[in-house]
Design a protein around this ligand. Structure first.
Ligand code: ZN
Length: 95
């Protein structure tokens, strides 16, 4: 996958939809190799975008998340990210 530099179009790694209709959430690989949900969208490191928790889980299962971030993601790590994403998307719903 070729990642556009700067303000390119963001594509969900799960369903490949592009930002516009729905906000995509960023998952980032930190310098220490851990993977986390990036609430600010500004953390340094390689990032991947998802439009829903379902897409995050689908991308994880298909190893697309690992491929996009070029790092292994443990099940504990994935569960933590899914929880954070779930909260973030729930907050969006309430806006
Ligand atoms: Zn998606």
């Amino acid at each position: 996958m070729v990642e556009p530099k700067g303000k390119g179009v963001r594509t969900c790694i799960g369903c490949r939809c592009q930002s516009g209709k729905r906000d995509l959430k960023r998952i980032v690989r930190c310098s220490d190799g851990s993977v986390r949900y990036d609430a600010t969208g500004r953390l340094p490191g390689r990032g991947a975008y998802v439009c829903s928790v379902e897409c995050m889980n689908a991308a994880l299962k298909a190893k697309k998340l690992q491929g996009a971030l070029k790092v292994a993601v443990s099940s504990e790590n994935a569960a933590a990210i899914a929880e954070e994403l779930g909260k973030a998307f729930a907050e969006d719903e309430g806006r």
